[in-house]
Design a protein around this ligand. Structure first.
Ligand SMILES: Cc1cc2nc3c(=O)[nH]c(=O)nc-3n(C[C@H](O)[C@H](O)[C@H](O)COP(=O)(O)OP(=O)(O)OC[C@H]3O[C@@H](n4cnc5c(N)ncnc54)[C@H](O)[C@@H]3O)c2cc1C
Length: 434
């Protein structure tokens, strides 16, 4: 009998208990953990990667403008001064928002008094045949590295074969900020960098196509900003196919709703995001984009002690308007949740989230950008908008050293057309989409 008991105890999953468990070391999770540090709670921060990644500079990594170390910062280093925040590197495989437990991929279970879910999002392929199999998504640092490596590898192959006729066309699906920024940066590289490193013929033989089902780019921006973006992309040689959706993706190109096709060597998916599988399987109420509809205090109705933040949540501002999936929304929601959790733990009152709008902005190749800032959404374009972009995004970087480092190396590469950080074709072990 005694041996039965010890056998069943031995087979029980290890249970880790903490006051607060934060899932995800992105903008939201890091901000929450940083603002809980030193407040008397034992915090466990779990992420499948041992680093915090800075998505706004991912396309610069994919296009060899900056190196990996500039956009990824070790989580342990970020929290080294906070003895009450423990970093655990592990993939979360399930969330139970009723028991406030999470199951890790290795079977261990962690339980908390308060659970903070900030696991970001993943590509939404909208069920389009072939999209998941044959495209490069653009969300994680791994995605950016894989895409960058493939672009360099294609150029290397064409160069080795000395085959100037080889088409290296790239299709970017999705005309939101990610698609526009990536298409602009690749087109810019084709003009300024590729001809200096490879045969100029490859650059001439390559076209960047940007496809979106809506008739414009940068949907949430004003008409003036959209017009500027379309004009600038056109100047860079980007072929715009707007107002027609992609209906199928094949290894060598895309088919559009009007029956036409665009042959391509590389297809990038920037067509939208949805909440991750973890959210879908958790039983929490899902709204737009599969994200969790949180209340104004950032908690989940019906699940006391559970907060959902950043890209995993549908968050509204004080006037009830839906906020976009942005770094500043994620970061501010993390900070605010920490404040409310502290109130929970100390018998205080939670407060409704108040978002400080930093505006919306997008880069469109070298020196060109659009920004809409301030209460009246003042529209600016060109170098001033580029500076606004730098200012807002520098504030998002969490460490002073990295802030200076990332922007200094990018600024230098930007001004000199130098690419000291060219992504190596072997930087990622993952296979390319077939
Ligand atoms: C290419 C790109 C460019 C962007 N550019 C801008 C921009 O210029 N300006 C701007 O404001 N916003 C930008 N955004 C949006 C912004 O990056 C997101 O809104 C923000 O990162 C959301 O923060 P988050 O903390 O909710 O999620 P994330 O930053 O995505 O963090 C989620 C974390 O959860 C971890 N995780 C996920 N699943 C698991 C699991 N199962 N187990 C353990 N850990 C897990 C991930 O590793 C990650 O660290 C961009 C996004 C992308 C993809």
């Amino acid at each position: 009998m005694a041996s039965d008991v010890s056998a069943s105890v031995a087979s029980m999953p290890t249970m880790i208990s903490k006051d607060v468990i934060v899932l995800g070391g992105g903008f939201a999770g890091v901000a929450a953990a940083q603002h809980l540090a030193g407040k008397g709670a034992e915090v466990l921060l779990i992420d499948k990667n041992n680093y915090h990644q800075f998505q706004p500079l991912h396309y610069q990594v994919a296009t060899s403008q900056i190196g990996v170390s500039e956009v990824a910062r070790p989580l342990r280093e970020m929290f080294r001064r906070h003895a009450d925040v423990r970093v655990l590197v592990s993939e979360v495989s399930a969330i139970d928002p009723v028991a406030k437990t999470v199951t890790l991929a290795d079977g261990r279970v962690c339980q908390a008094k308060t659970l903070v879910v900030a696991v970001g999002a993943e590509a939404n392929y909208f069920g389009i045949p072939g999209a998941e199999e044959h495209t490069y998504p653009m969300y994680t640092l791994d995605d950016a590295l894989r895409l960058g490596a493939q672009m360099v590898s294609e150029l290397d192959h064409a160069d080795t074969a000395n085959d100037a006729s080889r088409s290296l066309d790239l299709v970017v699906v999705g005309g939101g900020a990610t698609g526009v920024e990536l298409a602009g940066a690749v087109a810019d590289n084709l003009r300024s960098v590729v001809p200096t490193l490879f045969s100029p013929d490859f650059a001439r033989a390559t076209t960047v196509h940007l496809v979106d089902m809506v008739p414009t780019v940068l949907g949430p921006f004003s008409e003036k900003s959209q017009k500027y973006a379309r004009a600038h992309l056109g100047e860079l040689g980007v072929e715009l196919r707007l107002g027609v959706g992609v209906t199928e993706v094949k290894p060598d190109g895309v088919t559009l709703a009007d029956g036409s096709t665009i042959p391509a060597t590389i297809i990038v998916w920037a067509g939208g995001l949805k909440a991750s599988r973890l959210i879908a399987e958790s039983g929490m109420p899902q709204g737009r984009g599969g994200r969790v509809d949180v209340n104004t205090e950032l908690t989940v109705p019906g699940f006391p002690g559970v907060y959902v933040l950043g890209d995993s949540a549908n968050i509204t501002d004080s006037k009830g308007r839906a906020l976009p999936q942005l770094g500043s929304v994620a970061q501010q929601s993390g900070k605010w949740a920490a404040r409310n959790i502290h109130a929970d733990l100390t018998g205080g009152h939670r407060e409704p989230f108040r978002y400080r709008d930093k505006g919306i902005m997008a880069m469109i190749g070298r020196g060109a950008a659009v920004a809409e800032v301030g209460p009246g959404r003042r529209q600016i374009q060109g170098p001033l908008a580029f500076l606004a972009w730098l200012g807002v995004h520098a504030a998002l970087l969490s460490g002073v050293w990295q802030r200076v480092g990332a922007f200094a190396s990018w600024g230098a590469a930007y001004l000199t057309h130098n690419r000291p950080q060219v992504v190596l074709a072997s930087d990622t072990g993952k296979p390319r989409p077939q």
